[in-house]
Ligand binder design. Structure first.
Ligand code: SF4
Length: 250
């Protein structure tokens, strides 16, 4: 194991057994949740849109919709998608188009980078202790001046606490790479309600030491092979419900 990502840290903290199934045993997923497909398609469309803006072009909303739909169809051909009982593929495509339309009408000045990959060593910002592994990830969008933007799709309005680990990881990596702290973090939350809307959450602070300590405990747990089920709201949509049922403590 040579790296951790914020989603791995989050997943291990939420259910270490699911982490094991996904990242240690590499079990195939019998289905892909519609929410994940939708979120990926929105991300793909936004990434394309910001790349166009960076190149000085003004893409049309129609093209943005086409990129979303192409990604949606690509994913749904490749995997078996599990929809919620009230969802239909056509309804989700309409929802994606509406959400992207809302975003398209917002101002988009100051785009500095999109889907920015990073790999930085995990080390205690106070003592310099090194874990011997890297933190890896992608920053969805960087805006001027020093503003990190994360896109999230959800059924209900999110709270900034829901993305604390992710933002802390980005802030930690940003400071390591640029020797300065980000000025602002923005979470652009696309809410998939009947009448879709965009909520922008902002924060100025992330606790790098707390983040390092969390990553350290997760890393220690993985190395010691501490994996156990933790029942929560996540179980309802878990792809590994079957192997979880058969878990015998190893
Ligand atoms: S069903 Fe629940 S407890 Fe079991 S692995 Fe999935 S999330 Fe964890």
């Amino acid at each position: 194991m040579d790296h951790l990502s914020s989603s791995q840290i989050n997943l291990y903290s939420q259910c270490s057994l699911k982490y094991k199934f996904q990242y240690v045993d590499l079990l195939p997923k019998p289905f892909k949740a519609s929410g994940l497909v939708f979120g990926s398609a929105v991300h793909a469309a936004l990434s394309w849109f910001h790349t166009e803006r960076l190149a000085g072009r003004n893409p049309t909303l129609d093209k943005l919709h086409k990129v979303f739909e192409a990604d949606w169809y690509g994913q749904t051909i490749e995997s078996h998608v599990r929809y919620k009982e009230w969802e239909t593929p056509a309804g989700l495509i309409m929802l994606g188009r509406s959400i992207l339309g809302l975003y398209y009408r917002e101002p988009h000045d100051g785009v500095q980078g999109t889907e920015i990959p990073f790999t930085v060593p995990l080390e205690d910002p106070v003592t310099g202790e090194r874990l011997g592994i890297n933190l890896e990830g992608f920053i969805d969008l960087l805006e001027q001046p020093d503003t990190i933007v994360e896109f999230k799709t959800s059924l209900k309005a999110m709270d900034i606490k829901d993305v604390n680990v992710q933002l802390s990881a980005y802030s930690y990596a940003y400071e390591f790479l640029h020797q300065r702290l980000p000025r602002l973090f923005k979470v652009v939350n696309f809410i998939k309600s009947k009448r879709p809307r965009i909520l922008v959450l902002e924060t100025h602070q992330c606790d790098h030491r707390r983040f390092f300590n969390l990553a350290k405990k997760v890393f220690e747990g993985i190395r010691a092979q501490i994996f156990f089920p933790k029942h929560s709201f996540m179980c309802a949509g878990c792809e590994f419900a079957e192997p979880c049922q058969g878990w015998e403590g190893n």
